[in-house]
Design a protein. Structure first.
Length: 256
């Protein structure tokens, strides 16, 4: 793998030469335009990529571990199998991006735009997606154990077989999302909007569903009996559950 300096990068871009399999780790590349460029298998570990343009760029199997990508534009980029662990992608645009099998462990995605993105089989353990947009995104079989998704907008998202055990989904909007066979064990779902969602064969062992909206949700019989609490939740038939389970009160904000 060839190690590049900043002047090397500028020169190669001007020549429209491929930058695949190159080492750009630690470089200050903030604000540069790499749209439609190929960085397949390249390394950007700890690089400064804040506000870069990577529209439809090819970063297949690249490594961006601990890279700084705040406000970066990666719309439609190919990040299949890419290592983005510990990367800062706050407020980044990842709409329509291909992230199948990507590693986003511990990544910061607060306020990021992931609308229509493909995150199938992605690893997102302990990732922070607070306030992120996931409308129409695919997260089928993704691994989000311990992730933070507070206030996420995920209407119509595909989360079939997703593992969200111990995740924090307070106030998330997952209306009409596909959540079949998802694992929500010990998940914090207080105030989450699951109206019209498909939750067939999902697991809710010790999940906190206080004040959650389950109106018209499709749920397998008996599934909610394992929940930690349903106090104040709107049930699939539109009635309000008024008998909490477990030790938390309806307005108790302590951790499960």
């Amino acid at each position: 793998m060839k190690r590049l300096t900043l002047p090397d990068v500028v020169s190669l871009l001007a020549q429209e030469v491929s930058l695949s399999d190159c080492d750009l780790s630690g470089l200050d590349l903030a604000g540069m335009d790499f749209s439609r460029k190929s960085f397949r298998g390249s390394r950007f570990d700890a690089a400064d990529l804040n506000k870069v343009q990577l529209i439809r760029a090819n970063l297949d199997s690249a490594s961006l571990m601990a890279a700084h990508l705040a406000l970066a534009n990666l719309r439609g980029a190919n990040l299949r199998g890419t290592n983005l662990s510990l990367a800062n992608l706050s407020l980044a645009n990842l709409s329509l991006a291909e992230l199948m099998g990507a590693n986003l462990t511990g990544a910061i995605l607060t306020g990021a735009n992931l609308n229509g993105a493909n995150l199938e089989e992605a690893t997102m353990v302990s990732a922070n997606l607070t306030g992120a947009e996931l409308e129409g995104a695919t997260l089928a079989s993704a691994y989000l154990v311990g992730a933070v998704l507070v206030g996420v907008q995920g209407q119509g998202a595909n989360l079939v077989r997703v593992d969200l055990s111990t995740a924090d989904l307070r106030q998330a909007d997952l209306q009409k999302a596909r959540l079949m066979k998802g694992d929500f064990s010990r998940c914090d779902l207080r105030g989450t909007n699951l109206a019209g969602a498909n939750l067939k064969d999902a697991k809710f062992y010790r999940a906190n569903l206080q004040r959650a909206n389950l109106k018209e949700a499709q749920i397998s019989p008996g599934v909610l009996q394992e929940a930690f609490s349903l106090a104040g939740a709107i049930m699939p038939d539109g009635t309000v559950y008024d008998q909490g389970r477990g030790e938390l009160g309806e307005d108790d904000d302590d951790n499960i």
